[in-house]
Design a protein around this ligand. Structure first.
Ligand SMILES: Nc1ncnc2c1ncn2[C@@H]1O[C@H](COP(=O)(O)OP(=O)(O)O)[C@@H](O)[C@H]1O
Ligand SMILES: [Mg+2]
Length: 380
């Protein structure tokens, strides 16, 4: 690259091209508005953040381009009257039905005669930072709970096995009386339920370290789907798999990942039990991770794959969304509230991350991003 010597005046066009290039590749979203608040510049990070191509917003008033985020126009109006730049440390922008936590700065642009000629808005997306903070918080509370809970679970496991055995023996000895054997069946099925809970608690408390081997994510998803096929059929769920066959293998614990996707798909099934059978649709999608907040994570690998579990259920209320990964948070009559906590724990043990969104008009999307190790990436 030819060094730019600032002492030599550059022709106007060349100068503006250089600045445009700098701004275009800036990691934060940069939106430039003219005097009338019409968008005249929209960089690549702005396109990624808003999931909107620049062609859709250039030439439009900021108010019309981002109708659900009036804060942008309000900041421009304030900057216009105070002629001072303004920064809002933590705003929530709502863009295309997604809430984006962001730090927003609005600066006036001055012309040669000292008049305000327009505004530049710089938006720093804090989603990834938030995800990290949240998952650190979640893992901390899990670790605290874990030791206590695992100790209890251990003590409960053995007597449960005894109760179940005794109920089975009793069932064999009972006279052929249907009304009595119903009781032993209840004892048996309820102890099964408790045993499953105890196993979950043990996993949560003392999670086994992942045993890594080279695995294909689609094989894991297929196995989870096979295990859930009877329930899928019974609930009349229409399943669509949009798998990217070019995804490389990853180093992961096959059984643990299977557990993650079993939990997520089961949740999707449960959510859709509440809607009309003809609307029950589950879409599983795999792709390379493109979210630059995950990719630009300073440490660790720079390449991830993403699995999306999208259901058409009733969705999750915003207040609930921040709680669903908490252990024991459940809205189901017979839920344990451990499915997502365990999934989260496994995914973070794999150095990945999990996010959940409500999607409009209805439904939930859960995304799992898992790292692709360098040596594997290179030999595909
Ligand atoms: N796909 C989904 N759609 C709607 N709500 C969901 C979905 N997945 C999880 N949830 C919410 O998160 C809660 C916690 O889920 P989870 O940890 O798996 O525990 P459980 O399934 O035992 O309730 C659920 O009770 C439900 O309220
Ligand atoms: Mg669950």
């Amino acid at each position: 690259m030819v060094p730019i010597d600032s002492s030599t005046p550059l022709p106007e066009r060349a100068r503006s091209t250089i600045w445009e290039n700098v701004l275009r590749h800036f990691k934060d979203a940069v939106i430039v508005l003219d005097k009338q608040s019409t968008i005249v510049f929209f960089n690549q990070a702005a396109e990624e953040l808003t999931r909107t191509p620049r062609a859709k917003v250039l030439g439009h008033h900021s108010r019309d381009a981002f109708p659900d985020s009036p804060i942008l126009t309000q900041m421009v109006e304030r900057t216009q009257s105070t002629k001072q730049s303004e920064t809002r440390g933590e705003e929530t922008l709502r863009i295309r039905q997604r809430d984006i936590p962001a730090r927003v700065t609005c600066v006036p642009i001055w012309d040669d005669v000292g008049e305000v000629d327009g505004h530049a808005i710089v938006v720093q997306d804090l989603s990834y930072q938030k995800t990290l903070e949240e998952s650190a918080r979640r893992n901390e509370s899990l670790a605290r709970l874990g030791t206590l809970v695992a100790g209890m679970a251990h003590e409960i496991r053995n007597p449960l096995a005894g109760i179940k055995g005794a109920a089975q023996l009793l069932a064999k000895k009972l006279p052929d009386d249907r009304s009595l054997s119903e009781y032993t069946e209840v004892i048996s099925s309820e102890t099964d339920r408790l045993s499953a809970l105890v196993e979950d608690l043990l996993h949560l408390g003392v999670p086994p370290k992942p045993t890594l081997s080279r695995i294909n994510i689609h094989a894991v998803l297929q196995r989870a789907l096979t295990l859930l096929a009877p329930e899928e059929k019974q609930k009349k769920i229409v399943l669509a798999c949009h798998f990217d066959p070019s995804l490389p293998d990853i180093m992961a614990d096959q059984n643990q990942l299977e557990q993650v996707f079993l939990n997520l798909i089961k949740n999707a099934f449960d959510a859709m039990a509440e809607i009309a059978p003809e609307a029950r649709r589950l879409i599983l999608q795999t792709k390379m991770e493109t979210d630059y907040h995950i990719l630009r994570k300073p440490e660790g690998p720079s390449s991830y794959l993403r699995v999306e579990v999208n259901d058409a259920g009733p969705g999750i209320e915003p207040e609930a969304l921040s709680r669903i990964f908490e252990p024991f948070y459940t809205t189901k009559a017979r839920g344990t509230g451990l499915g997502l906590a365990i999934a989260q724990r496994i995914v973070s043990d794999h150095h990945g991350s999990m996010r959940a969104f409500a999607v409009e008009p209805n439904g939930t999307s859960v995304w799992v991003s898992l790292p692709i190790q360098k040596d594997i990436r290179h030999d595909v």
